[in-house]
Design a protein around this ligand. Sequence first.
Ligand SMILES: Cc1cc2nc3c(=O)[nH]c(=O)nc-3n(C[C@H](O)[C@H](O)[C@H](O)COP(=O)(O)OP(=O)(O)OC[C@H]3O[C@@H](n4cnc5c(N)ncnc54)[C@H](O)[C@@H]3O)c2cc1C
Length: 369
Amino acid sequence: MRTLIVGGGLAGLALARALGRAGLPFDLVERAETLRADGTGIFLLGNATRALAALGLSDVLAARAQACPSQSIHNRSGRLLHRLDTARFWGAAGPCVAVSRPVLHAALADAVPEGRVRTGLELAGITPAGAGHEVRFSDGSTGRYDFVVGADGLNSTVRSMLFPAAPGPQPLGQRCWRYVTANTLGLDGWTVMLGKGKALLAIPIEDGRLYVYADASAPQARDLPAAAPAALRALFADFAGPLAPLLDTLPPPEQIHAADLAMVPFAPSTRDDALLIGDAAHASSPNMAQGAALSFEDAVTLAAALKEEDGLPRALARFHARQGARVRHVQKQTWARDALRGLPDGLRSFVLGRFGDRLYHRAFGPLLG
Ligand SMILES: Cc1cc2nc3c(=O)[nH]c(=O)nc-3n(C[C@H](O)[C@H](O)[C@H](O)COP(=O)(O)OP(=O)(O)OC[C@H]3O[C@@H](n4cnc5c(N)ncnc54)[C@H](O)[C@@H]3O)c2cc1C
């Protein structure tokens, strides 16, 4: 069986690694010129590191990523509302860590078998050919594949070509900013401060650095100054410690990545000769840090199903039975968590202070297994 993976982001690279380890043949095309990526940081919860361990990448994580022992939520005055010991919750699944995106991306890219990847190449067209597909690429070359996997992100071309009825990206009504700075605060765990419809989050990553993420609802973001540092200072002017000192030492605007967030509502796949994985299938609000986690799970689960089941229909049925439920759960919970963040300050603080543990278990408990 010949498999084509379209996209060399975290999902596509993870699948390439998983298929390579399973001894299953594939080609991967990536439209960027290299498999290197820039970016800021990423938080990997226990189900993400469990999947990376299944891909044989535990050693890289142990060497490069920063362990994250706790997750703490504060209100905008700095009062601690909830704190979770990550090892106690995720212990059996895997450690919680944070790492810079370029490091994670490079670790996956370096783990992909040689000779199977072509970069600087886009998918140009797909036509049915017997039980599979005739695929055209942007350089005029063609290939015949039994199975096409769209790991081509939010604006997936595979989705529009092979799943025209599937919903595309939808705006989440949130703007976000991200950057990396020195961890001068001495933070040792994931730390978020919440105001009404806005969040300021800092996570230590490797080499004594801090990954900072901020977001605001679209109506608040609309009224902010255009330059990112000025926008962040205005947005969080009413925030106190522990994170307020970050606003005194913001990097220049070109080092702050700003983006409007979008999601792709998950729709069960309808084909036995093609599949979407990662953000192409289920991009979600980042409030659960599950996008990359689910992408890695997609890869591990799909490769195991392809190796162990007899034929594509059975393999895909097994894949959907497992991953469909997890993706639906995450998208439902991210929606609920975004809604909670929109509550008035006092009510949200009361809910998190009183029911923080219960809410965490409800959101992440089903992902432990
Ligand atoms: C602000 C923010 C913070 C996040 N934080 C976290 C976090 O802390 N933890 C976590 O687990 N997740 C997080 N996520 C989610 C995570 O980043 C994504 O889910 C993950 O990167 C998706 O990877 P992907 O490979 O599916 O998509 P992408 O990274 O978009 O990769 C798609 C690839 O396909 C290529 N491509 C596209 N079209 C074509 C084509 N036609 N032909 C060839 N190649 C093509 C692109 O160049 C790209 O390389 C966050 C997301 C956001 C937006």
